[in-house]
Write a protein that binds this ligand. Sequence first.
Ligand SMILES: Cc1cc2nc3c(=O)[nH]c(=O)nc-3n(C[C@H](O)[C@H](O)[C@H](O)COP(=O)(O)O)c2cc1C
Length: 201
Amino acid sequence: MKFKNLFVLSLVASGLVLTACGSSDSSDTSGGSDSSSSSESGTAMVVYFSATGNTEEVAQIISNYIDSPIYELEPVDPYTSEDLNYSDSNSRVSQERNDPNHLTELVNVAFDEFVDSEYIFLGAPVWWGELSWVINDFVLSNDFTDKTIIPFATASSSNFSVDDLKKLSEEATWMEGRRFRQSEISEENVYNWIDSLNINF
Ligand SMILES: Cc1cc2nc3c(=O)[nH]c(=O)nc-3n(C[C@H](O)[C@H](O)[C@H](O)COP(=O)(O)O)c2cc1C
């Protein structure tokens, strides 16, 4: 009996020693690491819709530069060039634009890396002064709590506003977006923009 008590005591004691070692190790590590940098850092992914390839080009440049996952948002019913004719008041885009309840259904809105991504680069073409509504299904279907959306777009010339999109995901932090005119799409311009965000992705 006595012997058994002694054995138990020694087990408890060695456990205490191990615990003490463990805690001193971890405090040493945290105390020793000093990654002093003024910029923020975070994991990122790129999600985009592109009807004619321009926004895709920018999305690829971003993803290559920051070495992140990249996903295309694909409509279940893809847009043909006829569908995209904004000069025709009967075209698909014109009709969708005039329907306040319209939502373009996407093939996939759930992506593996989403949960671990703190920053989402979200890209689309400018359609009538806004980011194309094709991305709405993705924004509505995901929870952006503790996530920051960095919008980007391509356009012939217009800039865009994300005021309406913000209403679709009020839990997200929305950064100011960046529009690239078609003539401005280049690695250099995209790299400079990402550098100006001052975030270590
Ligand atoms: C339906 C529609 C609406 C558009 N509206 C605008 C606009 O308001 N301002 C603008 O500068 N360009 C506008 N554009 C041109 C596109 O924004 C531009 O071609 C863009 O780079 C296309 O990107 P994508 O190739 O990724 O689809 C529009 C194009 C379409 C199809």
